[in-house]
Design a protein around this ligand. Sequence first.
Ligand SMILES: [Zn+2]
Ligand SMILES: [Zn+2]
Length: 246
Amino acid sequence: MRDNHLHTYFSYDATADFSDYLESYEGEIITTEHFDLSNPYMGGPRDDVPDYEAYERKIEELNQRYGNRIKKGIEIGYYAPREADILAYLEGKEYDLKLLSVHHNGRFDYLEEAVFELDKMEHIIHYFKEMEEAIERIPADVLAHFDYGFRKLSVSLEEFKSLEPQLRQLFQKMIDYNLAFELNSKSMYLYNHEELYRYALVLIKDMGGHRFSVGSDGHKVEHFRLHFDRIEHLLAEFEIGEEQLL
Ligand SMILES: [Zn+2]
Ligand SMILES: [Zn+2]
C-alpha cells in the first residue's frame, strides 16, 4: 500500500527531502506537492507553485539512484477565482497522481483560527459545495481530505450524520467523475476524524464507490505512512481490497 499523499521541500510548507522517505522505506514513493494560488496561509496571499522543471529533473535523478522507486504527483488546491490559472499551469504537465483539495477561501486557510468564527454546519455545507465545484472543474484522480474545511472543528457523529444528503451529493459527484476517495491518516488520527471517515465509507460503499486512496499527508518523515497499520485493518473491515486502491 503506497502512501499517496506526501510533501517535500517542493511544497511551500515542508522542508523534508526525498531521501528522508526513500531511506526509511523500501517500496514505491510518490510526492504530491502543493499547488495553491492566492494562498492566504502563512503570510500570504501568494501563489505557491511547485517548480515543475526542477521537480521533474529531481525525480529523474532519484529514479536512477533509487531504482525507479519514485513517482510524480501534485496536490491541486482549488480556488474558484483562479480556475483559469490552475488549468493553464496543469496544461501539458505529466503526473502519476493528482490530488484535488480545497484549502482556503481567499481570506484564510481552513486550519486558521478564523474558521471558528463561522457557523459550523453552514460552513461545512458550503465547503462540500466548493469541493463539488472543484471536482467538476479540475481533472484529478483523488478527492483529498474531504474534511479539510472542518479539520479543526469538533463535529459529533450525530451532527455529521445529519449531513447525509449533502455527503451523498458530494460522493456521487466524486463517483461520477471517477475520483478515488482519500483516507487521510493525518485527518483520521491527528485530528481525530476516524469516526467521520468510517461514516463516509459506509455511505460510499452503499453508493457503489470502489476507488480509494490512502495518504498520510506527511510533511516530515515522522508522519510518513502514519498509522497505516490501523488503516489496513479499516480497509479489511470495509472489504476494500488492493484492487480498489490507487
Ligand atoms: Zn492538503
Ligand atoms: Zn497535503
